[in-house]
Design a protein. Structure first.
Ligand code: NAD
Length: 282
């Protein structure tokens, strides 16, 4: 059986582990936080149950999916993995340390992928002695439902690594789209300035969050308003991405909205903290 290690059990990590396990991969979900591992497993349990109730997967597959997931507080989980997908906190220093460790621990031939939303894959690759095997595997939130995987090619990512990663994404039932490494890639370079602009509208009193989201849903046919989407993504993640765009592209054009900075400083991170532009009670 193919084996994957998923590093980080938060919003994205648990979804990524779920999807691999559902497609037959022996999966180890690792995190430095015991609470994150427990929450991650609980979320996977709920999501698998929901899929089973909807009839999207059989009872047997639901049980097999959960049976294929183990958890670990250590990166040693990468020791016999053929693929590692890193989905830890969006912070370059954290990711650089993780990749240095993974390079030491994982088998020489293993592909080390990052789910980063915006950090340079080429820079991540520099922390390792296998830059040809480093790639961006950018899943979308919620992972079990969203078809896209943005495949991000660093300067030294080999054609073989790209081909294998594309194949794996397809095997997971996803649709891979290849892009080159640049701040925010394509997805967040286009999406995040829109979310940031929506936050400026609230900040400047142009409209309430509800009104901003209504305009974009009813007028632009977006399934979710930008502020509800920001809450789903996590406001801390949105702020981190804006800062990467700002540092990498243009300081003024990509300036984070002051309200976004303020909300993150106040711990209002969106769904995961129970409060963002909206209040969440479950
Ligand atoms: P999150 O805050 O929900 O979870 C991050 C997890 O990483 C936490 O559980 C934390 O304990 C863990 N962590 C921190 N340092 C670690 C370490 N050294 N080793 C192992 N685990 C560690 O974040 P998230 O929203 O799941 O984002 C994870 C990654 O996915 C980020 O790179 C983010 O940019 C990217 N991403 C997020 C979204 C989204 O919608 N939230 C979408 C696509 C990509």
């Amino acid at each position: 059986m193919s084996k994957v290690a998923v590093v980080g059990a938060g919003t994205m990590g648990n979804g990524i582990a779920h999807v691999f396990a559902q497609h037959g991969w022996e999966t180890v979900l690792s995190d430095v936080s015991e609470a994150a591992l427990a929450n991650g497993l609980a979320t996977i349990g709920k999501n698998v149950e929901r899929l089973e109730k909807k009839g999207a997967i059989s009872r047997q597959l639901a049980a097999d999916t959960l049976g294929r997931i183990k958890t670990s507080k250590s990166l040693d989980a990468a020791k016999d993995a053929e693929l590692v997908v890193e989905a830890a906190t969006e912070n370059p220093d954290i990711k650089f340390d993780i990749f240095e460790d993974l390079d030491r621990l994982a088998p020489k031939g293993a592909i080390l992928a990052s789910n980063t939303s915006s950090i340079s894959i080429t820079e991540i690759a520099k922390q390792t002695r296998r830059p040809d095997r480093i790639i961006g595997m950018h899943f979308m939130n919620p992972v079990p439902l969203m078809p896209l995987v943005e495949i991000v090619k660093g300067k030294e990512t080999s054609a073989d690594t790209v081909a294998k990663t594309v194949e794996i994404a397809k095997q997971l039932g996803k649709i891979p789209v290849e892009v080159n490494d640049a701040p925010g890639f394509v997805s967040n370079r286009v999406l995040m300035p829109m979310i940031n602009e929506a936050i400026f509208c609230v900040d400047e009193g142009v409209a309430t969050p509800e009104a901003v989201d209504q305009v974009m849903k009813l007028g632009m046919n977006h399934p979710l308003g930008p502020l509800a989407l920001a809450d789903l993504i996590g406001l801390d993640v949105c702020l981190a991405i804006m800062k990467v765009l700002q540092d990498g592209l243009d300081a003024q054009k990509y300036r984070p909205a002051p309200l976004l900075e303020k909300m993150v400083a106040n711990g209002q991170l969106g769904r995961k903290s129970g409060q963002g532009f909206y209040v969440y009670r479950d």
